[in-house]
Ligand binder design. Structure first.
Ligand code: NAI
Ligand code: 15L
Length: 266
């Protein structure tokens, strides 16, 4: 029998793509706060605001793994981030505990480590250095995943996604890009492989990457796509407006609203 998985954020860009790819292997239920334009034929879509714990409790019954992609995906007011990213994520983990869900695959972000400099190559053990309220909410997600793995044995797989698009469109993507198929491969590893708690980087096979993805390779990740295939003069240079953006891994997420002292930042 196919394993039953729940994808949050299924009406969104990545959740919708994952829904299509993973439905070939699993029985997938999609959920989102908004309706999807996609045709969820032969599968189920449930409207649910993740801020509503009782509803989350209801939709996580008899689920093997949750692929948690529903959130605000960019910087926003702390209030919005608190409700839609932090509280909503807490509800997902807590409902998973009550309903004995086995695994949670969490859509983390490179903005958890955005304040690291680009000259440093990071692995899964590096310090969290969020660059925004948004990045801070993803630190919370990784930490609750660690807590629920150690304390309640819900296996946690956090993917620090770089930039997931069909192809790189900006120079930064030569370092951060992941193709939708490579992302789906990583999510599938999170659903199907044996582990306790992992942090991996959501990147394709990019030779300008700032991240050492050994934790993902150990579990069998073999990225098929390569950002350099798309390197050309037409890529935008969105970060070139700011020296700060170019210095730190989070790019414009770091430079927007920056009032710090660069020389004081290690
Ligand atoms: P998206 O905005 O297209 O999808 C997010 C979905 O979450 C939306 O459909 C939205 O309605 C839903 N959502 C938001 N608040 C909700 C709530 N309270 N209850 C239920 N659903 C809610 O964004 P995208 O790009 O597909 O991102 C998906 C996930 O991947 C996000 O968690 C994002 O932080 C993460 N991510 C995405 C990256 C990318 O390159 N697109 C990079 C790094 C992380
Ligand atoms: C993210 O976390 C965002 O969700 C996405 O919209 C991109 O901005 C991405 O990071 C990135 O850093 O390119």
């Amino acid at each position: 029998m196919k394993k039953k998985i729940l994808i949050t954020g299924a009406a969104g860009n990545l959740g919708g793509r994952l829904f299509n790819i993973l439905s070939k292997k699993y029985f997938v239920i999609g959920t989102d706060i908004k309706r999807s334009n996609q045709n969820f034929k032969n599968s189920k879509f449930i409207l649910c605001d993740l801020k509503n714990y009782k509803k989350v409790l209801k939709i996580t019954k008899k689920i093997y793994a949750i692929v948690h992609f529903g959130s605000i995906p960019v910087e926003d007011t702390f209030k919005n981030i608190l409700n839609n990213n932090i509280l909503a994520t807490y509800n997902v983990f807590e409902a998973a505990r009550i309903n004995k869900v086995k695994k949670i695959i969490f859509a983390s972000s490179n903005h958890v480590v955005g304040f690291h400099k680009r000259i440093i190559n990071l692995d899964e053990k590096c310090m969290q250095r969020p660059d925004t309220n948004y990045g801070l909410s993803k630190c919370f997600g990784e930490n609750i995943a660690r807590l629920y793995a150690d304390k309640f044995n819900i296996k946690g797989f956090c993917i620090r996604i770089g930039s997931c698009l069909d192809r790189p469109t900006d120079r930064r993507h030569l370092s951060t890009w992941i193709s939708p198929n490579d992302l789906a491969q990583l999510v599938d590893i999170g659903i199907s492989k044996k582990y306790h708690f992992e942090i991996v980087y959501g990147i394709s096979n990019n030779n300008r990457s700032w991240w050492n993805n050994k934790a993902a390779f150990k579990l069998g990740y073999k990225p098929k796509d390569y950002a350099e295939n798309y390197s050309n003069k037409n890529l935008s240079r969105n970060e070139h407006v700011s020296k700060i953006a170019l210095k730190f891994q989070g790019g414009v997420f770091v430079s927007n609203g920056f009032k710090g002292i660069v020389t004081d930042i290690e």
